[in-house]
Structures are given as structure tokens and as C-alpha cells.
Design a protein around this ligand. Structure first.
Ligand code: SAM
Length: 276
């Protein structure tokens, strides 16, 4: 995707600082590892900077991280190389310390992820391969674009799931935002001094995603404002669609084992098992 079309190009370098990965992975990985069979082939669709993909590869899965944004994938590759570099220098120290013990060669390594830049809605992407588990986490579904693109993307994710396989989705709970009128997230980036505010709020019968960023550059502050329609797929709709294609569909309060509450859950976690 060219930088002009890459909606994540301007946030990619900051994304990992904005997401609190340590608590997020701590909360979400037990859900994922309990529901993905050992050694499965996994497609992390819209993998972004790749934290789930790397964690699942380290847990023994064969992982493909696919994303349309070259900028996000560049961050994913850099993080993987950084971690591999850190673990190989740690391994070198350990190996040196243990050089007297020639039989001790079993040091765990971070398994490599296959990174693919593609539009996941394109049937020919990744050689048309199917996966035992397909994931679209952290608001990938609404990030596909307009209502048609979101629908096409959802169908493409199902098509990528092998017979008998599992599909796991996670995205913001639009019903709660509708009921409350708006959802506001604010923050600042300590490393850069940037300030950002995001609103998701109801306007008529639609949701909008607004993002405001103030960045401090050499010539002072600049402001960036973006607004776009946010295309949610309501829980009942996604469940009805997937129920036709999977043996079982369960809705969760995000990626926790707790049941989904339309008015209280921040995000919707969808687990569809037994692809027909
Ligand atoms: C909000 S980020 C989520 C990243 C990551 N999964 C997470 O949990 O933090 C959404 C990602 O979806 C990607 N994306 C959007 N549409 C896509 C498409 N059609 N094909 C592949 N990736 C897409 C974007 O480039 C972006 O990296």
C-alpha cells in the first residue's frame, strides 16, 4: 500500500508506545492459547506491529502476520529483529558461561513470524492459503474501511479459515458507544511530548472515529485532526452470520473468558469454532 493510502503510516512509529502491550498480552494471551490448538497454523490478520503474532510464535504456533500497512509491518519486523538480537546476545553470554558443559545446547529461541504485506480481503493474497486459526484483533474489522469493505473483510477472514478451524475477532463494542453517546480516550506520549485525544461518538445513526493529535516539532506545535465513519458490526449481526458457517459461536467480554455484556463490555470478543 502506498504511504498516501496507508492510514496507519502516521501512527506506526508511535503505536507500540500507545498500546500498553505488557498488560494487554497478559490479559489476552491466556484466552488465545487456550483456544488455538498446539502447533496450529495461525493467521494474524491486520497484525499491525505484530505483538500477538510474535507471542503466538513464541508459544509454538506457525504464525503468519499479514497487514496492508508497510509502515506497521516495518515496526513488526524491527521489533522481531530487536528481540532476536537481544536474545542471541543473552544466549552468547549464557553459552560462554557454560562453555565447559558441551551437552547443554538447548536454549529456547524466538520463532520467526512470516510477515506479509497484503490486503487480506484479496483472495489471492498469501497464495490463497487457509489457516487452522484466523485472528483479527484490536479493531481490525472496523479498520477495513467503509461498510462494504468491512463486510468483504469479514467474509475473507472466514474464507481463510481451514475446515474445522477457529476464527477469533476482537473489536470495540459499538453498542455501548451508541448507548452512552460517546467514548473518549485521551492520552499523551511521554517519549515525544505529543498529546492526543480520540473520540468515538454517535452522530445520528452512525459512529464516527475522530482523532486529534498535537505534535511538538522544531518549529512549534502542529495539530492533526481526522474524522471518519466508523463501521461497526453489531454483536447480533456477526453472531448470526458466523453461525451459518461455524459449528459454534460464542461472544465474550473482549478476550477474557467472561460473557459479553452489550452495555458494559468495552470490546466484543468473538470465538467461532468448527468451520464447516
Ligand atoms: C488498529 S490496528 C490493529 C493492529 C493489531 N492487530 C493490534 O491488535 O494492535 C488495525 C490494523 O489493520 C490493518 N488493516 C486494515 N485494513 C486491512 C486490510 N484490508 N488488509 C490487511 N490489513 C488491514 C491496518 O493496516 C492496521 O495495522
Amino acid at each position: 500500500m502506498s504511504p498516501a493510502e496507508d492510514r496507519f503510516a502516521s501512527v506506526a512509529a508511535h503505536y507500540d508506545r500507545w498500546v500498553e502491550w505488557e498488560p494487554r498480552l497478559k490479559k489476552e494471551m491466556p484466552f488465545l492459547t487456550a483456544r488455538i490448538p498446539a502447533g496450529a497454523t495461525v493467521l494474524d490478520a491486520g497484525c499491525g506491529t505484530g505483538a500477538h503474532a510474535r507471542a503466538l510464535a513464541a508459544a509454538g504456533h506457525r504464525v503468519t502476520g499479514a497487514d496492508a500497512s508497510a509502515a506497521m509491518l516495518a515496526q513488526a519486523r524491527e521489533a522481531e529483529a530487536r528481540i532476536a538480537g537481544a536474545s542471541s546476545s543473552a544466549e552468547a553470554c549464557i553459552a560462554e558461561a557454560r562453555s565447559a558443559d558441551a551437552e547443554d545446547t538447548e536454549t529456547p529461541r524466538t520463532a520467526a513470524v512470516e510477515w506479509v504485506e497484503c490486503d487480506i480481503s484479496d483472495a489471492a493474497a498469501i497464495g490463497g492459503r487457509r489457516f487452522d486459526a484466523v485472528l483479527a484483533l484490536g479493531n481490525v474489522l472496523p479498520a477495513f474501511g467503509d461498510a462494504d469493505a468491512v463486510h468483504r473483510g469479514l467474509v475473507a477472514l472466514v474464507a481463510r479459515t481451514s475446515p474445522g478451524g477457529v476464527l477469533i475477532l476482537q473489536y470495540l463494542n459499538g453498542e455501548r458507544i451508541h448507548a452512552r453517546g460517546r467514548l473518549v480516550a485521551k492520552g499523551s506520549d511521554d517519549a515525544t511530548g505529543d498529546i492526543w485525544v480520540r473520540h468515538h461518538f454517535e452522530a445520528g445513526d452512525k459512529l464516527w472515529f475522530h482523532s486529534y493529535q498535537l505534535r511538538h516539532g522544531e518549529s512549534g506545535w502542529t495539530a492533526e485532526v481526522r474524522a471518519r465513519e466508523y463501521n461497526d458490526v453489531p454483536a447480533v449481526e456477526v453472531a448470526a452470520l458466523l453461525a451459518q458457517l461455524f459449528e459454534r459461536v460464542e461472544l465474550f467480554d473482549g478476550l477474557t473468558g467472561n460473557p459479553f455484556d452489550p452495555l458494559e463490555s468495552d470490546s466484543l470478543g468473538v470465538l467461532a469454532t468448527g468451520r464447516r
